[in-house]
Design a protein around this ligand. Structure first.
Ligand code: TRP
Length: 455
């Protein structure tokens, strides 16, 4: 799916390849693990409503901006700013992205490790005839262990490293192309089983009925942070992928398709989880264990549940892998191009450093759980800082860069490659990246951390 162009940069050949790679990055633990658990914490429907608003008004324009910056500069996230804005400070936006990537991958690997352990648990039929309470203990007792979760996490990091060394584009995308649709099918099957459980309607009501009285300033900030996290925005992942996109490709259409796929999959995951949460009497605000505790209950209650559970955690791990490689790639590209280290060495060094930080994330679920800052353990702290601070900040700068620095003519020129640009839509886009996205991000952020208070 990639070919060398005459100037030796890789390019995606097929339009589907572009979408598969970008969607592979976007769809991951964010959709299936994080979206349901934070929706549960922040009260359901109203959170979903605000999240969807941010996806359309901020996520989509920032994604298009990242693609445009990447294709225009044909270089990695850091180099892109150096090339398009030589001698300026914009390159530090790239640096911010490297820091975010580092933190995200540290805890991402922990959760992916849980998913691998759950493949093993599924294989050994460990969910059978357990009560919801026992399934909860199963999760908690496991994640509190000092050694086993760390080993699975390191195993996942090695897999990620191996793929990034061998080359992201040639191998994994081929598999992602049919494994991801399969994951979607399984989530739909799970959803059907979940909504036919006794008491399921409460869960659908929780997810879709917006009760705005439950919404807090922190909830709104988390919705914004998660819009960035789930779409892989704000740290240059999609700048890098954009740099591989062919000039014949229609960037706007690609951005809409990726955004749509990512959002639909998150909602499907919600439909599979919340009806079951209520049917089994689980607390929706349970936190990071929500998916791992809830779904085994559903597997028990369905024909072929044994096979579905194996397949589900296997595909979840693959989905995590197609995302984790896109996160590591940002760090590697920086090490390689800015510090002039060979690709293989850069990949190994960054994986080792990230894994060390990741081990502390894993341990903070158990033996290091008492060390807290702002009432968050290390795992939650890295998640919070990266998703709710660094990504929105990155998104703010990216939208300002496209709206004000690059400007309308250049953007029009870039977007009109491979497609007809509709004037009115272009104007809407420019308006969004110039004013709406930066203002909304600034307000939501200041409000969320309590520096500004609305209501
Ligand atoms: N979007 C992925 C998910 O939902 C995670 C991810 C991949 C990511 N690349 C990223 C998050 C870049 C933020 C920025 O699981």
């Amino acid at each position: 799916m990639s070919k060398k162009s005459s100037h030796t940069r890789d390019l995606f050949v097929s339009k589907f390849g572009v979408i598969a790679a970008a969607a592979g990055s976007a769809v991951g633990l964010g959709n299936i693990w994080k979206f349901p658990y934070i929706t549960g914490i922040y009260g359901g429907g109203a959170f979903l409503f605000v999240y969807l608003g941010f996806i359309v008004l901020i996520g989509l324009p920032v994604m298009l901006s990242e693609f445009a910056i990447g294709r225009r500069s044909r270089s990695n996230a850091f180099g892109a700013f150096k090339k398009l804005a030589p001698g300026s400070s914009w390159k530090y936006v790239g640096m911010l992205g490297v820091a975010a990537a580092f933190m995200i991958l540290a805890f991402y690997g922990v959760v992916a490790g849980w998913s691998i352990d759950y493949i093993v648990k599924a294989l050994s039929n460990s969910f059978a005839s357990k009560t919801p309470g026992e399934l909860e203990s199963l999760f908690i007792n496991f994640t509190e262990l000092p050694l086993i979760p760390v080993l699975y996490q390191l195993f996942f990091m090695v897999l990620t490293m191996a793929i990034v060394i061998v080359g992201v584009k040639d191998g994994i995308e081929k598999y992602a192309k049919f494994l991801m649709p399969l994951l979607v099918v399984i989530i739909i099957v799970l959803g059907i089983r979940a909504i036919t459980l006794n008491g399921a309607s409460e869960g659908l009501k929780f997810l879709f009925y917006p009760d705005f009285s439950k919404l807090t300033a922190e909830g709104v900030l988390s919705a914004l942070g998660h819009a960035f996290f789930s779409l892989s925005l704000g740290m240059g992942t999609l700048i890098t992928y954009g740099s591989y996109i062919n000039d014949k490709n229609n960037l706007s259409k690609t951005a809409v398709q990726v955004t749509l796929a990512d959002t639909v999959i998150a909602i499907l995951a919600g439909i599979a989880i919340f009806p079951a949460v209520f049917a089994f009497g689980i607390e929706p605000g349970k936190g990071p264990g929500l998916v791992f505790i809830t779904l085994p209950n559903v597997f028990q209650q369905m024909p072929g549940g044994y096979f579905f559970s194996i397949l589900f955690f296997l595909l979840l791990t693959v989905a995590a892998l197609t995302s984790s490689i896109s996160i590591l790639e940002v760090v590697v590209a920086y090490f390689k191009e800015e510090l002039k280290i060979k690709r293989k060495t850069a990949t190994i060094i960054s994986t080792v450093l990230i894994s060390i930080v990741g081990v502390f994330c894993s341990l903070s679920m158990g033996i290091l759980g008492d060390y807290k800052l702002f009432d968050l353990n290390f795992f939650d702290l890295l998640d919070w800082i990266s998703a709710n601070m660094l990504l929105p900040l990155g998104g703010l700068f990216i939208s300002l860069f496209v709206g004000w620095y690059l400007g309308k003519d250049l953007v029009q020129n870039e977007l009109s490659k491979g497609s007809l640009v509709i004037k009115s839509l272009l104007n809407v886009f420019i308006f969004l990246v110039r004013f709406i996205a930066p203002a909304a991000i600034a307000i939501v952020f200041l409000n969320g951390i309590g520096l500004l208070r609305f209501g």
